[in-house]
Every structure is written in C-alpha cells, then in structure tokens.
Design a protein around this ligand. Structure first.
Ligand SMILES: [Fe+2]
Length: 212
C-alpha cells in the first residue's frame, strides 16, 4: 500500500504544494525502504555463521550506520517539504510492498547472496524515484543520487564475495533470496535442492517484481 497524503499546507520555496506532496509521497516509500534495509543489515549481522563470520559481521555495521543516516536525511527532507515522516514499524509494515527478509541463521556468504538481491531491489527503486524527482525537485533528486552512490558501493562490497572464477556472480540465476542464499552458500558445488518453499518463493517473485 502506497502512502496517500494530501498536499502539505506549505512547502519549500519554488515548488507548489502539489509538487511538494508528490515529493513527500515519493520520499516516504524511500524512507520505508531504508528503514527496512537498516533492520535487515542488523538481522544479518546477528545471524551470520561459518568461516567468514567475522569479516561479514564487521563489514555490515558501517553499512547499517550509513543507511540509518540516509533514512534520517530522507525523513528530514520530508519535514522540510512540509510533510510528516512516519518512521514506526507499524506504518512500515502496512505500507511496504515487499516481504520480510527471509533468511535466518545461515552461512555468511549465503546471506550475502540474499543481500545482493535486497540491494538490487532498493537501488532499482531509488533510481526510479530519482528519475521521477528530476523534473520536479532537483534537491530531492540530488539527495537520492547521493544515497545511490553509497548503496551501489555497498552492493559492490557484497558482490565481490559472490564472484566465481569466471568473474560471474554465483547468484546470477536466483529468483528469490532463498535461492540466492543456496547458490552463494558453501554447498554451491551441488545444484540447489528444490523444496516446496523455494518453489513457492520462485513463483511469487515471477508473479510480481520484488520492489523495495
Ligand atoms: Fe554488533
């Protein structure tokens, strides 16, 4: 469910209140994505196991801090535009268009396979939001581009762990987080076993884009 706000009573100079309202709606979904990503990064930080535990455990904390800062800047832009940033868990769950991160306690590289898909979702949607902002409010566009620089760098950090000897991503054919985790994890020399769960997940992803 997308946020449906009425235009603000006032907004930044140079924009109409209708334009300000469009930017508030757009930023509200980006705020949900960033808050969700920050929670997901901590969840992974707590649940990684295996030989790469400490490297991945420690790599994720600076990403969490940076993503929380991005959420803060998105929320404060909403306020500057005359809107109401809503940062509670209940509103996030009610308005988001994606499912919870689906991997629990698991091998560190398996988690990175799933996290790659998470980053892809949020980066694609941040890029779409930046493109929409471009013709209305270059300040909001600039904010989202600034986020994208770091988000794409963080995804590179993740993907550097997923490259095989041919330089391809081990998770290239994965359609769900669980499939990506299986493809990236330590058992990747054997084909991923199709379970009822992975079949359901693949069907769901095929049925609708997993936006973040
Ligand atoms: Fe910690």
């Amino acid at each position: 469910m997308s946020p449906q706000s009425s235009p603000p009573r006032y907004t930044v100079p140079g924009l109409s209140t209708r334009e300000g309202g469009r930017m508030i709606d757009l930023l509200s979904m980006r705020l949900h994505s960033l808050n969700d990503l920050a929670l997901t990064l901590k969840h992974i930080h707590w649940n990684v196991t295996g030989p790469h535990f400490i490297a991945v455990h420690e790599m994720l904390d600076p990403q969490t801090v940076a993503v929380r800062d991005m959420a803060d800047s998105a929320a404060e832009r909403i306020s500057a535009l005359g809107g109401e940033p809503r940062g509670t868990a209940g509103v996030l769950v009610a308005e988001r268009t994606w499912d919870d991160y689906s991997v629990g306690r698991a091998d560190a590289i398996a988690h990175l396979g799933a996290l790659d898909l998470v980053y892809t979702g949020i980066i694609e949607d941040h890029r779409k939001a930046a493109a929409k902002a471009a013709s209305v409010d270059p300040v909001t566009e600039d904010l989202l581009i600034e986020h994208l620089r770091s988000l794409e760098q963080f995804q590179w950090f993740v993907r550097a762990h997923l490259e095989n000897s041919a330089g391809a991503l081990s998770t290239a054919d994965a359609g769900s987080e669980k499939q990506a985790a299986e493809a990236a994890g330590p058992s990747r020399t054997t084909p991923a076993k199709k379970t009822a769960g992975t079949k359901r997940a693949a069907k769901k992803v095929t049925a609708g884009k997993r936006a973040r």
